[in-house]
Design a protein around this ligand. Structure first.
Ligand code: ADP
Ligand code: MG
Length: 258
């Protein structure tokens, strides 16, 4: 097995008293896709946000390669999110007033590239995802599947080391969801990136290289506090879990782009 690129040890995150994460270990190697499953409210999104540097854990640590990232300043974590990580949420969180190509170019422009140098790779990424001819459309003029592919293009245009996806196909019909997921998995393999994807869909979990299950803020079957990489190897893909159909629209995308 290849050495992990993203690792976390004994993550704890509390909102008020009850911990949302209660000692979770995690690892993902380049080329690996890890499905995160579990019931609604079990801590899946919190895990993703801690791994991605959106949220700081109260305890434990997160490393990208050898660098500890949870303790970095907000400014440096923000830079990391823009340059090494990519995010895909249930709804693409595209900016409605911008054409597709500008939505995709945005992370490059935020990182200081000129508009021209950003639009070129953005258009190439849109072409690669089968959206040639739709570059000038605004999100409201695209179908749900097309909009999600634009969001995918925006996530991938930075050539990220890790892609974080939180129920990326939750709002799509099955065929469109399968297509988006196929492109996501192919690209992650091509980039030799790692994918961490929260999903309730056992068919999606089955397409990932590994599945972990979170229950009450802990890895299913894991002891209370992690003590290394042994005890939490991936489980077989879990069955469908009832989850958060009602929790739309409050993903912390503003924080991601900050
Ligand atoms: P999941 O993604 O598995 O549905 P979450 O990680 O969103 O679960 O939430 C885990 C627990 O933490 C839940 O009890 C949820 O209500 C709580 N929680 C999550 N985010 C916040 C927050 N920003 N403030 C307070 N409580 C939160
Ligand atoms: Mg969630």
């Amino acid at each position: 097995m290849r050495p992990p690129m993203l690792t976390a040890r004994a993550l704890v995150k509390r909102f008020g008293t009850a911990p949302a994460l209660d000692g979770v270990d995690f690892h993902a190697a380049p080329g690996e896709s890890v499905a995160v499953t579990g019931p609604s409210g079990s801590g899946k999104s919190t895990l993703l946000h801690c791994l991605a540097g959106i949220m700081r854990p109260d305890d434990g640590e997160v490393r990208l390669f050898d660098e500890r990232i949870d303790s970095l300043s907000e400014r440096r974590r923000s830079h990391l999110r823009r340059t090494r990580f990519a995010f895909l949420f249930q709804f693409g969180q595209l900016l409605p007033e911008l054409p597709a190509e500008e939505n995709v170019a945005l992370p490059l422009m935020l990182d200081g590239r000129s508009r021209r140098d950003s639009l070129e790779p953005a258009r190439a990424e849109l072409r690669r995802l089968g959206l040639e001819g739709k570059e000038q459309r605004r999100p409201g003029e695209l179908s749900g599947g097309e909009a999600q592919r634009v969001a995918l293009a925006r996530a991938l245009v930075v050539r990220p080391a890790v892609v974080f996806a939180d129920e990326p196909t939750g709002a799509l019909d099955r065929a469109t969801g399968d297509q988006v997921m196929g492109v996501l998995l192919d690209t992650v393999a091509e980039l030799d990136a790692a994918l961490v994807v929260v999903t309730h869909d056992p068919r999606i979990a089955a397409r990932c290289t590994r599945t972990i299950e979170i229950r009450d803020g802990r890895l299913s079957g894991a002891p209370r506090t992690g003590d290394g990489f042994d005890g939490f190897a991936g489980t077989a893909p879990a069955g469908p879990a009832p989850d958060s159909a009602g929790r739309f629209g409050h993903e912390p995308v503003a924080e991601v782009w900050r």
